[in-house]
Ligand binder design. Structure first.
Ligand code: PEP
Ligand code: MN
Length: 358
């Protein structure tokens, strides 16, 4: 697949090094949309205004977007501010409505990308359409599913495609609302070096305090753009209130971030090393989160054993743990001594944790 169409389109937009997309999670009222857009349009780096019109919400009792009426507000945004508009489409009907109302860019959301039938029905109505389409990663960390969605849209003849990295749904509570798992967009970039990747720090972070950290990390990874949720009054936002910045906060953030497009020397080598470091960092943080979850359960077990007057150390269980993990490790190509040492350290720490109430 050749994704140079997006790059050419993006280069023709302006001389910005990165594509910055900002706007509210949801369009809520004409006043909210226009006020937010007017403020955002004063920030030079932002070229595209996003707004969710139909919202994929977990519960039917949550705010599901105002629907079609918002497309008229977005038309006003375009004519008044000159910002391009970008809307999430989840059905063929959404695409048709957006086309009727001159929306400039579409994005396919994480829940939709997880469903090939939905992606295909969107691809079918996009045949013959000449607009950029951004494809978010699916909520589950499945690179093939992401690639499959990109392929379906590409096969519909869309030549301006970029991917949006918005993190992956975690099983347990983590610092992030969605775990970044940088190794997955890196793998995507390795498969398709000319595919542009835009990071959405808002949905990864889930709270404004973490947005700068995620956005800086993304820029260190040489991503091609950022999509940042911005609302004129986040406190009263009807969706994703805790992660939306005000236009002023967005302006400050964009000034603080280091937008570096080109590496100075030996670009290939440097970015390979950087990419590996990010993969290692990401995996290490995931390991630490897993270890912390493990210790939480260990402590609960400690209390259980204490209440029943059971001994902390149980030889049979320890033997079983050791044997099964060493075997599993060997199957994964890990040296058995190495696995044994790690297990001993973890087991010792577990015993210390469970003995502390004794
Ligand atoms: C959004 O961008 O508001 C959205 C719903 O995103 P995602 O599909 O990443 O959850
Ligand atoms: Mn949102």
């Amino acid at each position: 697949m050749n994704f140079l169409g997006f790059r050419n389109w993006f280069d023709s937009l302006s001389n910005c090094s990165h594509l910055v997309i900002a706007g509210p999670c949801s369009a809520e009222s004409e006043e909210q949309v226009l006020d937010t857009a007017r403020q955002i349009s004063k920030i030079e780096q932002v070229k595209v205004f996003r707004a969710g019109v139909w919202k994929p919400r977990t519960s039917p009792n949550d705010f599901e977007g105002v629907g079609e009426i918002a497309l008229k507000w977005l038309k006003k945004v375009k004519s008044e501010t000159g910002l391009l508009t970008c809307v999430e489409v989840a059905t063929s009907k959404h695409v048709e409505k957006c086309l009727e109302n001159d929306v400039d860019i579409f994005w396919v959301g994480a829940r939709t990308v997880a469903n090939p039938f939905s992606v295909q029905s969107i691809a079918d109505v996009l045949k013959g359409v000449d607009k950029p389409v951004l494809i978010k990663n699916p909520i589950n960390p499945d690179l093939k599913l992401w690639v499959g969605a990109i392929e379906r849209i590409y096969k519909a003849g869309i030549n301006k495609i970029a991917a949006i990295h918005r993190g992956f749904y975690p099983f347990e509570d983590t610092r992030f609302r969605n775990i970044p798992k940088w190794e997955i967009p890196i793998e995507l970039k390795t498969l398709f070096p000319n595919l542009q990747i835009i990071t959405d720090p808002s949905h990864i972070a889930g709270k404004i305090e973490l947005i700068k950290e995620v956005a800086s990390q993304a820029l260190c990874m040489n991503v091609d753009g950022l999509m940042i949720e911005t609302h004129n009054n986040p406190k009263v936002a009807l969706s994703d209130a805790s992660q939306q910045l005000t236009p002023l906060q967005l302006d400050v953030l964009l000034k603080e971030l280091k937008f570096r497009k080109e590496q100075i020397i030996n670009k290939e080598l440097l970015s390979d090393l950087q990419n590996w470091r990010f993969q290692i960092d990401s995996l290490d943080f995931q390991m630490l989160e897993l270890l912390s979850k493990r210790m939480e359960i260990v402590e609960k077990m400690g209390k259980y054993k204490e209440e029943r007057n059971m001994s902390v150390f149980q030889l049979e269980r320890w033997k079983e743990i050791r044997a099964t993990r060493i075997k599993a490790g060997e199957e994964l190509g890990l040296d058995s001594d190495f696995v044994k040492k790690i297990l001993q350290i973890i087991h010792n720490q577990s015993i210390i944790a469970q003995s502390k109430n004794k």
